[in-house]
Design a protein. Sequence first.
Length: 346
Amino acid sequence: MSENNLLVSRQGAVGIISLDRPANLNALSVGMTEGIIAQLQIWENDSQVKAVIINSTSPKAFSAGGDVRYLYDTFKAGTTAYQDYFATEYHMLNMIRSYPKTVIALIDGYAFGGGMGLVQACHIRVSSEKSRFAMPETGIGFFPDVGGTYFLSRLQDAGVYLALTGEQFSASDALYLGLIDAIVESERLESLEAALYTSIELDQQSIKQLIADFDTQATTSSLEALMPVIKKHFSHSDLVQIEQSLLAEQQPNWSEWAEKTTKTLIQRSPLAKQISLRLQHVGRQLTLEQCLQLERNLQDIWFDHGDFIEGVRALLVDKDKQPQWQHDNARLQEILAQIFSKTLAA
C-alpha cells in the first residue's frame, strides 16, 4: 500500500520501505520522513522483521534531496514549518543510525543532499554502477547538512572539495571514499533483494557476506586520480587561498580541471562557501552528535540571515538562475561566532 509517498511491504523477514515520489525524484517530504519514522517504530517490536531495506521506485533517483521548495514556501508564508521539517528529518536519521535491526540502503540513481544523508545513516549501503552522489547545497546558498559536517569532514581535503563545489561523483568514487559499502550491477539488484528475502541469517555480518556474492569490481575512481590536485588546492584553511591556488595552477595535467573548478566556485554563494569550509574543518574535531547539533543550530538561523531563500528563488521559483548572493553579513558572522563557540565548549 502507498502512504505518504512510501510503499511499505514485508518479504520474508525483511521489511521494505520504497521511496515513491518519482515525479519529484523522491525529494523527501515531511510525510515521507514521518512515514519512515512510524514504520520503523512498528517494525522495531515486530519479531518477524529482522532487517529493513530502504530503496526507491524511481528509475532515476534514490532521493535527490530534501524538499527545498516546501522549505522556501513555508518560510515565505511566515510559518515555522521549515524548522519542524528539519527536526523531523534529523529524528528520522538518528532513529535509523541507532536502529536495533540492520537497515540497508539500496541506491540505483541520484542520491543528493538529504538523500545522501539518508544513505549515510543506513548501516549497509549498496549502490548500482548507475548512481550519482553529491552534496550540492552551496549551489542554493546553503551548506552540506544531514550529517555532512561529520561524514564529509572525515574525508579531509576531498570532503572540503565536495562540500564547497557540490560536484557529483560516481559509485566508484563513493566506494573509494568509504561512503558506500558495495557496488552491485543495477540488473542484479532485484536478485540481491530476493536473496535477502529468503535469507535465514540477517545480522549485519551475514548480510555483508551475502552482498559479497553479488558485488562487482568497481571501475577506477576519478576522484582517486584527482586526489593529488585536490590536496594541493583544498588543504588551505581559507577560502581566498583555495580560490587563488586554483587560479595559479599551471601544470598542464591539472589546469583544465582547476579552471572548471574555479568557475564552479564563482557561481556558489560566498556565505555558503565560507560556512561550509568552516564546518568541514571544525567537524573533524567533533563527534557525530556534536556535528548534527551544530547543523541544527545553523539551520534555524540560516533562513533569516543566509542565502538559502535567494538561492531557491533563483533556481526553482523564478528560475532566472541569477542569484543575488550576499558578500558580507556582519549580523550573521556575529551569530555564527556564538554558535561555534557554544558547540566547541560543550
